[in-house]
Design a protein around this ligand. Structure first.
Ligand code: C2O
Ligand code: CU
Ligand code: CU
Length: 512
């Protein structure tokens, strides 16, 4: 219970700040400006682009991917080597790319010194293939999930999800992208040459010790880390101090906030406008012009950015509008500014048209959720609905293929966000009002500001399993690891009644 005690001590200190913001350490922190790396970078390292992983094809047409998780060393800061974890390499992992309709199998080999798991964040698949806490992979073991891709084109990702260890395993470097294409995304005139005019950007922050090793001391809680670790060094695709050269007039960036706790608000140093074309679960109906886009941990977005020949501009994270109290906002990184990536354009650019006026097919109306009262989840002191994560407890049972209202309530001063597996949602209201336009696409993760109420219309999958739950949780990884996670079953009428309870071990008939 050390974790919990440290957490409470951290909160006590933060509470003291609130009471006396002008005195002592509180006054110091309050006066200090936010953290920044602006002016300290030279943009000397070419941005790494995760390689596309080539699958083998089984005799029955199934695409088979192989991922091997292992520890290694990576040169991140100049002249130093850092111990990191990765999939098929020393840090991060390759990009898996499939089409809607594909039958997919992955062989995940764990050569790490610890048990872990690999979760396909945003993928619509049976709960037993989901890679959450119920599908651990012990050291030396191989896990073999398989499924059929049944969702529209989207930018998904994968990462470890072992309960209480997710923060450390992601921080050490295990994460990668999983892209889905479909006929609809093929026919749109969106940039689609991977690594050329369609560039993934995995945004992460880290803290290094003097000897170049990753500093894990703030991964949980303690002192003033109310959100979990906020690093002062930025990695993009595992590259520190990066630049990228582009050669087209329109470039698509697939942004993933792969950080443990940091919220980014991305934009360009010249404030140019860009078009938001997709959120986590797929293409928007129409592009949305923006100058800033906030992404909390786990959120993805696809943006299309116009460029002119022979220019340079920096992608920057501006102070994210986290909401809430100024002291807590500062502690949560709300005053921080970080340069992410310098973009240098070629002297002549391949002509390209801006995104078309119509993108994805309209999503089903949220009113499908009907008149039933919402399932309410109150985010408390590292609990959801006053309960800590228990792998044997089911908090909710839903019918396959239905839409439900879920309402997420953050009554705290601390920022949270919300993600659920085995579903996609539309944000219907934030504090009783329609959401900001950038939240109107289909999503699987959403920021939940301090003191706010976010109402979602959640569409569940057709896969029924009365024994294996999907997870819902705060995606600030320290919060998730500390217990802000719950479980739900998606079941058909013949499999199970809609009654939450205990998971029963199928072998003994007893609770696990
Ligand atoms: Cu990206 Cu349950 O997680
Ligand atoms: Cu997930
Ligand atoms: Cu949280």
């Amino acid at each position: 219970m050390t974790r919990r005690r440290t957490l409470l001590r951290g909160l006590a200190v933060a509470g003291g700040l609130l009471a006396a913001p002008a005195a002592g350490i509180g006054g110091y922190l309050y006066a200090e400006s936010g953290r920044t790396n602006v002016g300290t970078l030279t943009f000397r390292n070419r941005l790494a682009v995760p390689p596309l992983l080539t699958p083998s094809t089984d005799h029955d047409g199934r695409k088979r991917f192989r991922l091997t998780l292992a520890a290694g060393r990576t040169e991140l800061l100049p002249g130093t080597s850092t111990g990191t974890w990765g999939a098929n390499g020393s840090i991060l992992g390759p990009t898996l790319r499939v089409r809607r309709g594909d039958r997919v199998a992955v062989e995940v080999t764990n050569q790490l010194p610890e048990t872990t798991s690999v979760h396909w964040h945003g993928m619509h698949l049976p709960a037993a293939m989901d890679g959450g806490p119920h599908q651990p992979i012990a050291p030396g073991q191989v896990w073999r999930p398989y499924w059929t891709v049944e969702q529209r084109a989207a930018t998904l990702w994968y990462h470890p999800h072992l309960h209480a260890h997710t923060a450390a395993h992601v921080y050490r470097g295990v994460a990668g992208l999983f892209l889905i294409d479909d006929d609809e995304s093929d026919t749109l005139r969106l940039p689609n040459r991977y690594g050329d005019d369609d560039i993934p950007l995995i945004l992460q922050d880290r803290t290094f010790r003097d000897d170049g090793s990753l500093d894990e001391s703030d991964l949980g809680f303690g002192g003033l880390t109310i959100t979990g670790l906020l690093g002062d060094r930025i990695l993009v695709n595992g590259t520190y101090d990066p630049y990228v050269e582009v050669g087209a007039e329109q470039v698509r960036f697939r942004l993933l906030n792969g950080a443990n706790a940091r919220v980014f608000s991305v934009g360009f140093t010249d404030d140019r406008e860009f078009a938001l074309v997709a959120t986590e679960a797929g293409l928007r109906e129409q592009p949305l012009p923006l100058r800033r886009l906030m992404l909390s941990p786990g959120e993805r977005a696809e943006i299309v950015v116009p460029f002119r020949a022979g220019e340079q501009v920096v992608l920057r994270s501006f102070p994210p509008p986290l909401g809430g109290n100024a002291v807590y906002r500062r502690l949560a990184g709300g005053h921080d500014t970080f340069d992410l990536l310098k973009i240098v354009t070629a002297d002549t650019l391949r002509p390209a048209a801006p995104p078309p006026e119509r993108l994805g097919a309209p999503a089903p109306p949220v009113t499908d959720a009907g008149a039933a009262p919402p399932f309410r989840i109150t985010m408390g002191d590292f609990l959801l609905n006053d309960r800590t994560m228990d792998p044997t407890r089911i908090d909710r049972v839903v019918r396959t293929g239905t839409v439900e209202w879920w309402e997420i309530v953050n009554g705290q001063l601390i920022p949270h966000n919300f993600h659920l597996h085995g579903a996609a949602f539309r944000v219907h209201e934030v504090n009783g009002r329609p959401p900001a336009p950038y939240l109107t696409g289909e999503k699987d993760t959403v920021y939940v500001p301090p003191g706010s109420r976010v109402r979602l219309a959640v569409r569940f999958l057709a896969h029924s399993d009365a024994r294996t739950p999907y997870m819902f949780h705060c995606h600030l990884l320290a919060h998730e690891d500390a217990g802000m996670m719950g479980q739900f079953l998606t079941v058909s009428a013949q499999d199970a009644p809609l009654v939450p309870g205990r998971l029963v071990d199928p072998h003994t008939g007893h609770g696990k």
